[in-house]
Design a protein around this ligand. Structure first.
Ligand code: SPV
Ligand code: MN
Length: 631
């Protein structure tokens, strides 16, 4: 180790930590940690390897320093992120404060926040200066994707939050041994986080100075004055932004997607990925009872020997805990109510038990939640209701503990991908499920045309219809056009492209956003099972103007078998009616988006125009609202 770095590090760490660090023969690593120490001034530094002891140490520290509190069930803890009012809190991803550090004159396109690199560095490093005074800094090593695989990306996290370090233990595969093996060579992603000054309840006190700045030159992300996982857990959305660029350079895809195995007849398992904006049913789809979950949030896709292979970047779940009850999400409900490691965040606690919205039992009238001591009817300084648990409250668990964890979770080659699903929160336009005519049609009219009503997963107003390119827009670190081009080109490397589907779990009566949902929560299981059958050509379709539609006669037996429900033709017609004016209005919006993007591939406009022509022809022949039985 460089003697200068050694001097800095020896002053704040014991011999064991120093030896752990020194055993990784990588000067860039040592320099990064030394810089973090010099900048943030922690009182001490603990360097963790992959050992059970080091993991237990971090878990203990999270409770000892009151970032987490132990709950009644063994292994369960709760963590609270900051909350002043419904307008001012640290309960979701802060898109506004998340910026790429770019050189003068460089832009990543519309909707992608950026700031000039040197000014941004000075700003965020200014907030980090001395931010760990009196605190311990944890150095953690993890691996994105299965270790020892072509997908793997080593990562190093420095944080003064034991909660963040603990969460990462549940969410990622240990990467210390892997990095040690790689020795002097090889790139790795780096993350430096400080929760900043803490208030009475141990929450970040200066959220107005929250910053998440991404230095793409250095594969390094800074995060400060925040604790919410999506802003702080380096390997999650911070790494996704770096991975999208790496994938662009190397010819693969980094996506905001679940990975799951869907069971077909005679023991067949067919793997799907699915891209949905946050809080739109992605996790609950990946966890459907009886199916196999590989991952619920982030996937890497590579073409290997003509096959599309997919891995879960993570090995745990940071899932929304709302409407998780024995009927709607039985698999996760069981895990959340049995002993074993679970971190709950921003739920209601009463008598050391967690309570959340839609849990299927009565919620106590008083307790402690993200706002402090809470009682029923409590309002914030603006008079707005403080819900017992936050709408974006979360749980953190390891996937392996789920009863339907896929045995291929850690397979280095990943799983063979046969289908891709795109879904958004859409009251009035898309049918519940449809299949694209081909890969390009799916990428362009489904993935690249995705819109969704905003949710509590990000700060700001809810329920606003927003364009969200492949549900990856928040993390997009290259231009829209290039990103779409990479997705289109992916199929050219394959012997056979996966089938592409679009789903909509949120269609409402009459398309009225205030109306009732046209589908039950479990109906998604039927759509996914139907898609599995389609991949293998087991069922036929009806050709519509925006894609291939299921037939009632194929859906009804699936409803019966999976949900014990009679699925009437009247329900089918209501749900699968082609809503021509809404689809045309959507095309107007999407075309306008791409007219504002310099590098939109021409094929995007061509395929959108062809969709318009089909819709207009249908309207001329059959009117505005056309039953699938009339197609
Ligand atoms: C999401 O919001 O998409 C999540 C949670 O998966 S996080 O990105 O970590 O906030
Ligand atoms: Mn996500």
């Amino acid at each position: 180790m460089d003697p200068k770095n050694r001097t800095v590090l020896a002053a704040v760490m014991d011999e064991q930590s120093l030896a752990t660090l020194e055993a990784v023969p990588n000067d860039r690593l040592h320099a990064f940690i030394a810089d973090a120490v010099t900048l943030c001034q922690p009182a001490s530094v603990k360097v963790c390897c992959d050992s059970a002891d080091d993991r237990a140490y971090v878990r203990r520290q999270a409770v000892a320093n009151a970032e987490e509190q132990a709950l009644a069930i063994d292994g369960h803890t709760v963590h609270f992120d900051g909350f002043t009012s419904n307008r001012d809190h640290d309960q979701g991803r802060d898109k506004g404060a998340t910026k790429y550090l770019l050189h003068e004159g460089v832009s990543l396109g519309p909707d992608v926040g950026a700031t000039e690199r040197s000014a941004g560095l000075a700003e965020v490093r200014g907030f980090l200066a001395g931010a760990m005074a009196g605190k311990e800094m944890y150095v953690r090593f993890f691996c994105l994707g299965p270790t020892g695989s072509v997908f793997a990306i080593p990562c190093v996290q420095c944080t003064d939050s034991a909660y963040v370090a603990h969460s990462e233990d549940l969410l990622y595969r240990g990467g210390y041994e892997d990095l040690k093996r790689r020795g002097t060579d090889g790139a790795f992603f780096r993350f430096l986080h400080s929760a900043g000054r803490l208030g009475d309840r141990g929450a970040s006190a200066e959220v107005a100075n929250r910053r998440i700045y991404i230095d793409v030159d250095e594969d390094l992300v800074y995060s400060v004055n925040t604790q919410y996982g999506g802003n702080t857990i380096g390997l999650k959305k911070l790494a996704l932004r770096l991975a999208i660029r790496k994938a662009d350079r190397e010819g693969w895809l980094a996506e905001h997607m679940f990975v799951m195995g869907v069971r077909g007849p005679a023991g067949r398992v067919t793997y799907f990925t699915g891209a949905f904006p946050s809080a739109c049913g992605k996790t609950s789809t990946a966890m459907l009872p009886g199916e196999l979950i590989v991952g619920d949030d982030i996937a890497y896709l590579r073409a290997v020997d003509g096959q599309a292979r997919a891995v879960n970047v993570e090995s745990g779940i940071f899932g929304i805990i709302r409407d998780v009850n024995p009927d709607d999400d039985p698999v996760i409900y069981r895990l959340l109510t049995t002993p074993g490691e679970v971190i709950f965040s921003n739920v209601l606690i009463a008598d050391d038990r967690p309570y959340w919205l839609g849990m299927g039992e009565a919620i106590p009238d008083a307790g402690t939640n993200y706002a402090g001591p809470w009682h029923k009817g409590m309002t914030d300084s603006d008079g707005a209701e403080i819900t017992p648990s936050h709408k974006n409250a979360r749980y953190t668990v390891e996937i392996e503990r789920l009863e339907n964890a896929d045995p291929n979770l850690h397979t280095p080659e990943g799983v063979l991908l046969r289908g891709v699903v795109y879904g958004g929160r859409d009251s009035d336009t898309w049918v519940p499920v449809k299949q694209a005519f081909d890969w390009a049609h799916g990428i362009i009219t489904m993935g690249a045309s995705l819109e969704s009503e905003t949710t509590a997963a990000t700060l700001g107003a809810e329920g606003v219809r927003t364009f969200n390119l492949m549900s990856n827009l928040d993390f997009l670190a290259i231009g829209h056009g290039k990103y779409i081009r990479n997705n289109l080109d992916f199929a050219a490397k394959l012997d056979a492209a996966p089938a592409v589907f679009a789903v909509n779990y949120f269609l409402k009566e009459g398309g009225n956003p205030a109306g009732a949902y046209l589908n039950g929560m479990q109906d998604k299981h039927v759509w996914i099972k139907w898609a599995e059958r389609r991949v293998h050509g087991d069922v036929d379709v009806i050709e519509g103007p925006t894609g291939l539609l299921p037939r009632h006669e194929d859906l009804a037996p699936l409803f019966k078998e999976l949900l014990g429900k009679a699925y009437t033709e009247a329900d089918y017609v209501k749900q699968f009616t082609i809503r021509v004016p809404e689809n045309l209005a959507k095309l107007d919006r999407i075309e306008a988006v791409y007219r504002g993007v310099d590098d939109t591939p021409e094929i995007v406009f061509e395929r959108l125009a062809a969709q318009r022509t089909r819709l207009e022809a249908l309207r001329a022949a059959k009117g505005d609202y056309v039953s699938p039985l009339d197609l």
